[in-house]
Design a protein. Sequence first.
Length: 472
Amino acid sequence: MRSMRGRWTALCTLLGLVLATAAPAAAAPGAATAAVATEDGRSYTGTIDGADFRVEVPAQWNGTLVLFSHGYYPPGMQMPPGVALSTHSRTEQWLLEHGYALAASDFTGRTGFVVEDALQDQVAVLDWFDEHVGTPETTVSSGMSMGGGIAAKLSELRPRRFDGVLTVCAEYDFNASWNTALDIAYVIRTLLAPGQDIDLVEARDPARSTELLLAAIDEATTTELGRARLALAGAIGNVPGWYSTPDPEPTDLGARLRQQLDWIRYAYVMGLGPAGRGDLEARAGGNPSWNTGVNYRRLFAHSARRDLAVQAYGGDRRQLAADLRSLAAAPRISADPQARRAIDELSVRGTTPAPVLTVHNTGDGGALPDQQGWYARQVRRNGDRGDLRQLWVQRGNHCAFSAADEIVALRTLLQRVQTGRWGPTSPSHLNAAVSRFDDRYERVLDFAYQPGWALPPAFTEFRPPRSLRPSF
């Protein structure tokens, strides 16, 4: 199996980091808007209220604008220059060549949980576009990872501004993601580091608490019981045992446990653990995460990863039951009510004022597939289920899509927007459409391996697990 452990680079992969390697450098904060005209069209960069933005308008604009919302950048990370306009630079190239205008804000502050800023900054870019370029005939809100939730929320808040929504590897229930991280860290601290001074929220020394959790993980991997308890943490979080982008889903127990552990380590301890919470808590005005009232025995019973943990315990039901009793008895963590409300208000409601197309990996452990099932239920409650189509690509990792996957998905959405009817969305139809692109567009995104992977089309049928920790 190919190594997928890219340490900090891998962490960024899991959180939906977009490296805008093909984008021109953005204007410095406070700089005047710069415009460059070529035979291919016009390029604009600048700042609005401190947020860098970029707009590309092809010479033969077809009247459609795609507004892109980027994913989560870990606080304090050294960022490359430029404002990304799509998940893939190849996608950006294809869209411009086919007459689509592209726009995006980099969001005020750029890193951290910038959802509230993004919802204002993206509308500011739309206003700028209307004033300086013209009002689009069709506007699509698109986004990846955290940006997928931003894209959907934008259409709910500004229904007259958007005609369609495309989300890629998105999360919509933000508190659910942070609660999953809390649950995983809670299991590790309770079962693998009892008595250690580890702050899971509002950490006095975030780096130290993170180091202690990682040390507990490393120690646990040396024993059969320790590995079983890590699998219990993974089951409580509904974390899949598939991390590798190019490799098939593993069937061997050891490989599944190792790949599940990669998600736990990089996404939920290093990414959304104590060191990642400071920015979230500062923005929310307190700790928005909780496990008060959570029945971990019930969560485990409903987990899609329950059987993996049972196998890891080797059938020792007594030990598993004892560990679940320990989780039930350990001290719990309460959310600050105001902070919880602040994050919940940023999550989507599923009102579908415009058609929505979602694309997700079946083996995504960063933005869990559960989020797609949760969003579909929200649409059934609050929107029109006929306005939603959800597509699945059978790969591990987070946002593991090719430019061709992304382009085919966008064309599928635009057909619905322009005709009022969904065209064919069967895996066979979608895979045939992807296969018609040349090799340049079929390389699958993998931030731990920058060239990406030449992989065959992989749209499939899939039913996501139920969300174990929905916020509402």
